[in-house]
Design a protein around this ligand. Structure first.
Ligand code: CDP
Length: 231
């Protein structure tokens, strides 16, 4: 049976990566977390002092793009983790601080061009589930299945707050809620590849759907397309 490309886009903390990972595992597909790539570039920029509370030196970021190498490697549990110049930064990229700088970094067209080129390579053989903001609109506009995920901002912030809290990060719920709203604002209004639903994407609001039910709904959509029941 032929393999398809599955694009999952949506607002921050809508559980895109959870369902993308489940689908990839079930179908034996590759999972690519494109947000992790933008986060890793952000971590690089923070470490080099390119972005901070005081400034964002876009020219310096563009100049250093050739020095940024990104790669996903599987860990012992077969989970892909992002490596920045050979260093596993999977944990470091998930902090609220990185979340606060990532959306400005993701507005830079040169950054997007570099990462989209990498994403094309990762998905060229199909059999890929990729999640992000522009996967169905820009990266794989011909993907056989496109999902657009949403949930209320409060529920999304609650989920992310719980996640960060469990990791031991010292943050407040309001900080997380503010970040969710701010990223939505920047991601939807930027000029290059703004977050928007592709015309042929299927919208799923999971404010009141649990992870298990959501997985079965999306798996069915994928299986219909893999079997050629739906074009
Ligand atoms: O926090 P969440 O898992 O929702 O976000 P993420 O998928 O890790 O993405 C972090 C940020 O990277 C987003 O808020 C966007 O600014 C940017 N991003 C993007 O511009 N395009 C993508 N394809 C993926 C992420």
């Amino acid at each position: 049976m032929g393999k398809i490309t599955i694009a999952i886009d949506g607002y921050s903390s809508t559980g895109k990566s959870t369902v993308a990972r489940q689908l990839a595992e079930w179908l034996g597909y590759v999972y690519v977390d494109s947000g992790a790539m933008y986060r890793a570039v952000t971590l690089y920029a923070m470490r080099k002092g390119i972005i901070s509370e005081e400034k964002f030196d876009k020219a310096a970021l563009i100049d250093s793009l050739p020095d940024i190498a990104l790669e996903f490697r599987k860990n012992s549990e077969n989970k892909a983790e992002i490596h920045l110049n050979g260093e596993n930064v999977e944990k470091q990229i998930r902090t609220l601080e990185v979340s606060e700088y990532v959306s400005p970094i993701a507005t830079v067209p040169e950054v997007r061009r570099k990462l989209v080129a990498l994403q094309h390579t990762m998905g060229e053989d199909k059999g890929v589930v990729m999640d992000g903001r522009d996967i169905g609109t820009v990266v794989f506009p011909k993907a056989e299945l496109k999902i657009f995920m949403n949930a209320s901002a409060r529920v999304r912030a609650e989920r992310r707050f719980k996640e960060l809290n469990e990791r031991g990060d010292e943050i407040t719920f309001n900080e997380v809620l503010e970040n969710v709203n701010e990223r939505d604002q920047i991601d939807t209004t930027r000029e290059d590849s703004p977050l928007r639903k592709a015309e042929d994407a299927i919208e799923i609001d999971n404010t009141e759907t649990n992870i298990e039910d959501q997985f079965h709904i999306i798996l069915q959509l994928a299986q219909d397309r893999i079997a050629g029941r739906v074009k």
